[in-house]
Design a protein around this ligand. Sequence first.
Ligand code: CO
Length: 132
Amino acid sequence: MLGKLNHVAIAVTDLKAATAIYRDTLGANVSAETDLPEHGVTTVFVELPNTKIELLQPLGDNSPIARFLEKNCDGGIHHLCYEVEDINAAVAKLQTEGARILSEPKTGAHGKPVIFLHPKDFCGTLVELEQV
Ligand code: CO
């Protein structure tokens, strides 16, 4: 079911500073900032030859990453995103396996459907699946 690693997401408190670290200190190509109000985050994507890094900063009052940043005040790895060919088939398989899916498929940062899976079911790691 799982395809490629699409991205590793890092939550940050200062997106401009984090973007500068990846662009200037590490010499990577970075995207423009994009607000995703439905997900409560502003994102920047760092483009690497084999995957991407998603920098996430809270957007709005009820951002799902606000609590994470209270506990991890320097920022930190927030989730891993794996590609799947068919998100509905993935949901059906995961429901059969008894895994907890945190929401209905939503449109993610790349305009494609995504779901998030409960960290307690996946080795303590929040997992995002993106249909490609
Ligand atoms: Co993501």
